[in-house]
Design a protein around this ligand. Structure first.
Ligand SMILES: C[S@@+](CC[C@H](N)C(=O)[O-])C[C@H]1O[C@@H](n2cnc3c(N)ncnc32)[C@H](O)[C@@H]1O
Length: 310
């Protein structure tokens, strides 16, 4: 088995992963913006869609949404923890009968015939976690897709500013009193991160050129030592993702960068907007418009979004 698969399997199967991922939109504003963008795209593209495949479907954020719209969904994920969480939510929402839960890795989609699903989707980076197989995986997702494909992958231009900002996540904390361990870690370690930071041209250029934020060999070694490293994530350039889709025959390609507008606004203002339902609705609507402009797609907060027709 490839390292990408083994590393992701260990990382995403941690017992608290399902709960924590399901709570992200209650804790971080960039996640609210990103998921709202995808939801809007999905809900406006369901004409003629009866079946959907969600690759790396996680805690069911989008698979359950589509099941509630009457679509037969295959919820596919490498993590049993995430599947269990999604099953629990699907049951509560009364749609478990419309979802087929499958534990599997995107690196192997051989169980599915060509054009098996009307809609194929994969959001918030599962494709990036299959490095170095990411391009082949996109080809396989297109192979099993009959009508429409929607993906979001890690963004290279969007991630590079992290290398000059170790406290980037603090900008997006919604509730500083949240008991989410990541929120509390961001608050506690803020000063330490600033004190320990130095800008290194070598690291930035390395990510710019390779699309990797980490040393893949070091991550594999950490895995071999029994540690739980974060998945090796491949960050795409906008032109690159467009070319991969085009070369696999995808038409009407649209790219977007969810979070591009929100990342220009300080935390105090973002929190104020989010705590007023009217402003929040208007803000998310405008974020969708601004972030859909192809000129800003590379500056999405974490992800580059792409959609197209087969
Ligand atoms: C950040 S979560 C995104 C979940 C969901 N798509 C969403 O947008 O809310 C990433 C998901 O990808 C899954 N994953 C990671 N590597 C995978 C792989 N190689 N094959 C299938 N799923 C994978 C993880 O288990 C996790 O549930």
């Amino acid at each position: 088995m490839e390292y990408s698969r083994m590393i992701s399997e260990r990382m995403w199967n941690q017992p608290d992963k399902g709960e924590l991922e399901a709570a992200r939109e209650k804790t971080f504003i960039d996640d609210i913006v990103q998921k709202a963008h995808i939801e809007k795209e999905l809900l406006s593209s369901l004409d003629g869609i009866k079946t959907a495949f969600d690759g790396g479907a996680g805690s069911g954020r989008f698979s359950i949404l589509l099941a509630k719209k009457g679509i037969e969904v295959t919820h596919f994920d490498i993590s049993q923890t995430m599947i269990d969480k999604a099953k629990e939510t699907a049951k509560k929402e009364g749609v478990e009968d419309r979802i087929t839960f499958v534990k599997g890795a995107l690196e192997d989609l051989s169980a599915y015939k060509d054009r098996s699903f009307d809609l194929v989707m994969s959001f918030d980076s599962p494709i990036s976690y299959t490095y170095p197989e990411q391009e082949k995986v996109i080809g396989q997702l297109i192979r099993i897709c009959a009508k429409r494909i929607m993906i979001s992958v890690s963004s290279r231009l969007g991630a590079l500013p992290y290398l000059a900002n170790p406290i980037q996540k603090n900008q997006f904390i919604l509730d500083r009193d949240s008991d989410d361990p990541w929120v509390q870690w961001c608050i506690k370690s803020r000063q330490e991160m600033i004190d320990g930071f130095s800008f290194r041209l070598k690291d930035v250029l390395n990510t710019y050129e390779t699309g990797l934020m980490c040393d893949a060999e070091e991550t594999k070694a950490a895995y071999d030592r029994g540690e739980i490293p974060w998945s090796i994530s491949y960050h795409f350039m906008p032109k690159e993702i467009e070319n991969i889709l085009k070369s696999n025959g995808v038409k009407n390609i649209k790219l977007a960068g969810p979070g591009a507008f929100a990342r220009t606004i300080p935390n105090e203002i973002l929190v104020k907007i989010m705590n007023d339902p009217m402003q929040k609705k208007d803000f998310l609507e405008f974020c969708h418009i601004y972030d859909s402009d192809p000129y800003v797609c590379g500056m999405g907060k974490d992800n580059l979004f792409a959609r197209g027709d087969i």
